[in-house]
Ligand binder design. Structure first.
Ligand SMILES: C[S@@+](CC[C@H](N)C(=O)[O-])C[C@H]1O[C@@H](n2cnc3c(N)ncnc32)[C@H](O)[C@@H]1O
Length: 293
């Protein structure tokens, strides 16, 4: 798979403008993915360095092939462990950190990874395939109250209770829900109607967030990034759903109140019409930036 052709980096120019890359700076792309943002950062540094982190072994292997040079360190890890990764490389402070959250198109399109509605493969959704918990476990092993919590908290699903009850009843009376397509069709049947978006969109988001512990990851990652930035260093976060964006917004607001950072984006930066037209999966992106003071 040619990852560069499949995943188009989102809000690229806007992100680089906020990061304000310095040629001798040290930058961290903590969600390096296929390397769309990293490639542009690298073009702007000369004596500086780039640390790329991702929890997905496959995508990291691709990035390793793409950027085989001594200014780039690529590490398998979680963004919550950003500080440990940097300290292990003997880096004590950095000029900029980027989080481009969620999954890449390469992960969504690789049907065997079990992220997509269309996939006839087993529910999976793990970004790190070495991890134990999968989407199948959440859907087929979690008690009803936990499924309801996941759907309500992470999917902001208005029918969380009804869906959780229906899933558990189905499990008891019939069989487990094994594939992504089965789950998508099951949710559509419970909904009984279709709007603009597939009715299982919120369910898939919620289960993916649970499987990958994304909320906790983000909370720890933000704190870790601020800790490792030098004064004047910049933090950029691109998020794709309101739950994440709220966390980033509150983190920046609180940091501003406590005199730890200056918020650089009073309102989140969203993709222009032209970007959404060329890359529809960018439509929900929101970029926020801050500078450590
Ligand atoms: C939207 S993609 C990044 C795309 C990249 N900026 C580009 O333009 O090519 C997000 C990437 O972050 C990784 N990721 C998501 N959450 C992570 C976490 N908590 N720790 C480490 N990597 C994470 C995913 O595996 C995925 O490869």
């Amino acid at each position: 798979m040619n990852y560069e052709q499949i995943h188009i980096p989102v809000l690229l120019k806007e992100t680089l403008d906020i990061l304000g890359i310095k040629g001798d700076g040290i930058y961290v792309d903590a969600t390096v993915g296929p390397g769309g943002h990293s490639a542009e950062i690298l073009m702007r540094i000369d004596s500086g360095r780039l640390v790329g982190i991702d929890r997905d072994q496959d995508v990291l292997a691709y990035a390793r092939e793409r950027f085989g040079n001594d200014r780039v360190h690529l590490e398998k890890g979680c963004l919550s462990r950003l500080k440990e990764v940097l300290l292990s490389l003997n880096i004590r402070e950095v000029d900029g950190v980027l989080f481009d959250l969620g999954v890449s198109m390469t992960q969504l399109k690789e049907l065997k990874r079990g992220f997509s509605f269309l996939s006839e493969t087993r529910l999976d959704m793990r970004m790190d395939t070495a991890q134990k918990l999968t989407a199948w476990d959440v859907v087929n092993r979690y008690p009803e109250k936990d499924i309801e919590r996941v759907l309500r908290e992470y999917g902001e699903e208005p029918f969380a209770r009804r869906l959780a009850k229906a899933i558990v009843t189905h499990r008891r009376k019939h069989s487990s829900i094994n594939t992504c397509a089965e789950l998508a069709n099951f949710v559509a049947r419970v909904y009984g109607r279709r709007g603009k978006r597939h009715p299982a969109t919120r369910t898939f988001q919620a289960v993916r967030i649970e499987v990958n512990n994304e909320i906790d990851e983000l909370a720890k990652g933000l704190a870790s990034a601020l800790d490792m930035l030098k004064v004047g260093g910049r933090l950029c976060v691109i998020s794709y759903h309101s739950l994440e964006d709220r966390m980033v917004k509150n983190f920046m607001r609180d940091g501003g109140r406590e005199g730890l950072l200056r918020v650089l984006t009073k309102k989140p930066v969203a993709p222009a019409y032209d970007e959404i037209r060329k890359n529809p999966s960018s439509r929900s992106a929101k970029l926020r930036g801050g500078e450590k003071i």
